[in-house]
Design a protein around this ligand. Structure first.
Ligand code: AQP
Length: 339
């Protein structure tokens, strides 16, 4: 809970590549909606990004670009704290402490590690394995109440809750009892999982080798039209019910993108387009995408010419984040008996 009695929200985006429609609909659009009701911290989680090798020049640019996209999309730095994770060293310090709290068995259950490491398990970074401890540190450092999470992050938030509880128990005789609040997931009804335009069973992702699989927030109008016109479909017409979308992941994805952007239910979209050709639907979807993405792109172009402003926002965010996190880390050191 913050000083103004608003519940605190923490979330972040990795600067690991070009931000896309999935990042926007699944995360950033929701961040904007939360700003008035909560005390929000929106982080650019660069330490998470380096769990997989990043080209240093690209990483620097991507950090700046995520900050610019936050601003261009409508996150207001007067309402929310926008900052870079590595600018606040308390994140790494608390993550180390959590490395010493989390049990190996807990990390072994994390499905995202299994998916990301795949058969290459012995050769991925140990940071990828302990990533959930850093995520717990991001959240608990600010005594966060609520974390907006998609399906993919639910398990990591459960682990954060386990870490908070174990810390509170392990140090209950030393001032740790109930020290960390147990954060709750903020499940947003409208948040959606956007899938690849080339394969409806895979999520739209920054790291997909094909840029045709995603709509990037910097794509120009022609490129958006091209990507949608080439998006995978099938020879059947648009059906009249959600049930009939079963086994047609690409169609389901395009319809849910349309519905998210137009704030309508999928069955309403189906009613409008049932029996119609995909070419008509794709034209309308492109128009809708252009009307959502182009204002962000135009703001981004303005911010590219005003880098000093973005830098100032990040400097201010760093100061505010340090002020808040310093209180927690000092208490944690004291509870544990460090230093
Ligand atoms: N396809 C998606 N649909 C809905 N939400 C998505 N998010 C990511 N992809 C989709 C949400 O965006 C936020 C930030 O994600 P992230 O940058 O921390 O990492 P990620 O989930 O691993 O995103 P990517 O694009 O797939 O990156 P790479 O390829 O680098 O791993 C999160 O809230 C996430 O749920």
């Amino acid at each position: 809970m913050s000083l103004n009695n608003k519940k605190r929200v923490f979330s972040g985006v990795q600067p690991s590549g070009a931000l896309h429609l999935g990042n926007y609909l699944g995360a950033i659009k929701n961040f904007i909606n939360l700003q008035d009701d909560y005390d929000c911290l929106y982080c650019i989680v660069d330490l998470h990004a380096i769990t997989v090798w990043q080209n240093p020049t690209d990483l620097k640019n991507n950090i700046f670009e995520v900050a610019s996209i936050y601003l261009a999309s409508g996150i207001n730095p007067k309402k929310s704290t926008i900052f870079v994770q590595s600018n606040v060293s308390h994140h790494s310090e608390l993550a180390w402490i959590f490395n010493c709290i989390t049990r190996i068995g807990w990390l072994n259950r994390m499905t995202q590690f299994k998916e990301k490491a795949g058969k290459n398990r012995e050769n991925v970074s140990s940071g990828l394995y302990t990533y959930p401890n850093l995520m717990a540190s991001d959240i608990l450092l600010y005594l966060t109440d609520l974390v907006p999470v998609g399906d993919d992050q639910k398990q990591h938030l459960e682990l954060t809750r386990d870490i908070a509880q174990k810390f509170n128990n392990d140090y209950s005789d030393f001032g740790g009892s109930n020290f960390f609040p147990i954060p709750d997931p903020l499940i947003l009804a409208e948040s959606s999982r956007v899938m690849s335009l080339r394969d409806g069973t895979k999520k739209m992702s920054k790291s997909d080798a094909s840029a045709m699989s995603r709509i990037e927030l910097k794509d120009n109008n022609d490129l958006i039209r091209k990507k949608i016109s080439k998006a995978k479909t099938d020879p059947l017409p648009i059906p009249d019910s959600i049930e009939k979308l079963e086994g047609r992941p690409e169609i389901k994805n395009l319809l849910s993108i349309f519905s998210s952007l137009s704030d309508t239910a999928v069955d309403e979209t189906l009613r409008e387009y049932e029996g119609k050709q995909f070419s008509d639907f794709k034209k309308d979807l492109s128009d809708l995408l252009i009307s959502s993405v182009s204002p962000i792109r135009e703001e981004l172009i303005k911010l590219e010419n005003d880098k000093g402003y973005v830098r100032d926002v990040l400097d201010d965010g760093r100061t505010k984040a340090i002020e808040k996190s310093e209180v927690t880390i000092k208490k944690v050191r004291n509870i544990i008996g460090l230093g």
